[in-house]
Design a protein. Structure first.
Length: 314
């Protein structure tokens, strides 16, 4: 329900200019992140992560007992992006680092999409903040999404948004070859292991599981967005995420078109390595922004049609 509800909310907000609001919020998130990095005791006195998960009904072992941070605040093999000595994986207001990284990637996708309609200073300032948040959270998938969307923007701006349905098959094919030829390490908790988990789940997929009527049994689905979605919603859930761009048959304008490709990349990567993409913390923002950009496109088209109609009558 998160997707349709927040797309609808985004559509309803189409008359608002939210670009600067998104920027101001990213600054706030960065400030909290820096406080967490430099003054951990002050941060934990304001945001008690341990108490939050206890009240939520989560297991106590979801936090690091000596610091009361979320368990993924430290990687066993150290940081992936930059080794910032003495700094754990930052969570900011999201209370766990994965969501902070996803938030930064989603916000970056939005500003990459609206680049032509904002100032250069606002564009580069926001992207710098987002990159900083990704580094602080040490979010691998978020970093990959960030880089792909920026470097392939020139392709997305030229292509019809409906071609974005090709992203998921392309990512799965690449994942299959990575796993088949052992191009990445399959042990530990790295990306290679998570890709291996997803490919293994797909190889064990039967009709009952595909329809969401059964689960994968003893196989690990915790590290696979695709496996989690199959167990909870079946093939129907996959199709909703995959084929959603086909709902809008009219060619979208530049901003929603680029953002649609960003969503396709983000969800495809999440299917491979992280069910956290379904969390309301960040999924709400993802679908709200998509609805918002599509709504503004539809509003502009309606206004343009109205002007043309009045001109014709004259």
């Amino acid at each position: 329900m998160i997707m349709p509800v927040f797309i609808a909310l985004g559509l309803s907000a189409r008359n608002l200019n939210l670009t600067k609001t998104f920027f101001v919020f990213s600054v706030f998130v960065l400030i909290v992140a820096l406080v967490e990095a430099m003054y951990i005791d002050a941060y934990l006195s304001l945001l008690n992560i341990r108490d939050y998960y206890i009240q939520k009904g989560g297991m106590i072992d979801t936090v690091i007992h000596d610091q009361n941070l979320f368990a993924s605040g430290d990687r066993p093999d150290g940081r992936f992006l930059f080794d910032i000595r003495g700094v754990h994986r930052i969570s900011s207001i999201f209370l766990e680092p994965v969501s902070l990284g996803f938030y930064a990637a989603i916000t970056a996708m939005f500003f990459v999409s609206v680049k032509e309609t904002i100032s250069g200073k606002l564009y580069y300032a926001t992207l710098s903040i987002c990159l900083g948040l990704i580094i602080l959270s040490d979010a691998r998938m978020a970093f990959a999404t960030f880089m792909v969307v920026i470097f392939l923007r020139f392709l997305f701006r030229c292509a019809d948004h409906r071609f974005s349905i090709l992203v998921l098959p392309a990512v799965l094919i690449c994942a299959y070859f990575i796993d088949a030829f052992s191009l990445m390490e399959k042990t530990g908790e790295g990306l290679g292991y998570r890709i291996h988990v997803t490919i293994r789940l797909l190889s064990h997929l039967d009709m009952a599981t595909a329809l969401g009527l059964s689960d994968f049994g003893s196989l690990n689905v915790v590290d696979s967005g695709l496996g989690t979605l199959f167990e909870n919603q079946g093939i129907l859930g996959i199709l909703v995420y995959w084929l959603a761009p086909l709902i809008f048959m009219k060619k979208l304008s530049l901003a929603p078109r680029i953002y649609t490709y960003g969503v396709a990349i983000y969800t495809a990567f999440g299917f491979l390595v992280s069910p956290a993409i379904f969390s309301i913390k960040t999924a709400s923002l993802l679908w709200f922004q998509l609805g918002y950009l599509i709504g503004r496109d539809l509003e502009y088209s309606a206004d343009k049609q109205s002007v043309q109609t009045r001109t014709t009558k004259k």
